[in-house]
Design a protein around this ligand. Structure first.
Ligand SMILES: Nc1ncnc2c1ncn2[C@@H]1O[C@H](COP(=O)(O)OP(=O)(O)O)[C@@H](O)[C@H]1O
Ligand SMILES: O=c1ccn([C@H]2C[C@H](O)[C@@H](COP(=O)(O)O)O2)c(=O)[nH]1
Length: 271
């Protein structure tokens, strides 16, 4: 009875409001042309069963992207949430980028970006698309990065730094535009792990991935600036979902504490 009343309410009233506006006490700032930027939640947010939203008799699945600079702590964040039932976690397919039929496009790109940037980013685009269209098995999906950041951050960086020829950029751009126009890429919330480039540099050195040994601090600074322009200042490209910013320079203990504090905001992303 109560459930039916709620369903009726949702059908009658929810369509009258912007999709995110009723979910919780979410503070949403409208930005000129780029959708909404979630700048925080009030402390009085009520606890809502994240499995509840039902549309056309189907459970609404929630998709959350974890975005951030290289070595900002995305994988660590996903590992933490992967321990929660009902959440499926998709990490970036980095192992594929390091080994496609015996070749290493990630390594080649770092060695000679002008020659291999297109090759690498074409494969990133394909493998990220593959992730996006994978059928969801759980009510909540958390994904490391997206086809959007591949284009808006990494391809953009190669091009802007003069390391990707115009024709390569044009071909990748047309592919990307075709994909986002013709294929549904669902997303309900972007969690941005905001770090300083210096922190990432330290963590990158500590992780010590062979291909990344050539990355200078300036590279992380460029990636950082592109992320900030996209997700914070809304100066560059469309942002396809609200953004939750989590400061991520802190030590692991504090980060896990922050993830716990933000758990409800993140898991209720679809409401
Ligand atoms: N909060 C943190 N403090 C210190 N080191 C961290 C923290 N989070 C992650 N690390 C370490 O930094 C490196 C990069 O983290 P990772 O989660 O792989 O980043 P990403 O997936 O964003 O590239 C790893 O060695 C990881 O153990
Ligand atoms: O579109 C992309 C996305 C990522 N990369 C690079 C950057 C890093 O070297 C690895 C994986 O990134 P993490 O932040 O460590 O997950 O892949 C790229 O070149 N292009």
């Amino acid at each position: 009875m109560v459930v039916n009343l709620l369903k009726g309410f949702c059908r009658a009233v929810l369509p009258l409001y912007p999709r995110k506006a009723l979910s919780t006490n979410v503070l949403v700032r409208r930005t000129p042309s780029l959708g909404k930027h979630l700048i925080g939640l009030s402390r009085s947010s009520t606890s809502v069963n994240h499995r509840k939203l039902v549309r056309n008799g189907e459970e609404k699945k929630s998709v959350i992207w974890i975005e951030g600079n290289i070595a900002s702590g995305k994988t660590t964040c996903l590992e933490y949430f992967s321990k929660t039932s009902d959440i499926e976690v998709l990490t970036e397919p980095v192992s594929k980028w390091r080994n496609v039929q015996g070749c290493n496009p990630l390594g080649l790109m770092y060695q000679d970006p002008s020659r291999w940037g297109l090759t690498h980013q074409t494969y990133v685009q394909l493998t990220m698309l593959d992730r996006h269209v994978l059928p969801t098995a759980s009510p909540i999906r958390m994904m490391e990065r997206s086809i959007y950041s591949a284009k808006y951050i990494f391809v953009e960086n190669l091009y802007k730094s003069g390391k990707m020829p115009e024709v390569d950029f044009a071909v990748l751009s047309e592919w990307f535009e075709w994909i986002i126009k013709n294929i549904a890429i669902p997303v309900d919330l972007i969690v941005y792990l905001q770090t300083s480039p210096q922190t990432c540099y330290k963590r990158l050195k500590q992780r010590c991935r062979e291909e990344e040994k050539v990355i200078p601090l300036e590279y992380l600074e460029s990636i950082h600036n592109l992320y900030e322009d996209w997700l914070i200042h809304h100066k560059s490209f469309e942002v396809p979902a609200p953004v939750l910013v989590i400061p991520a320079d802190h030590d692991l203990k504090k980060m896990l504490h922050q993830y716990e504090e933000n758990r409800e905001k993140i898991l209720m992303a679809h409401c």
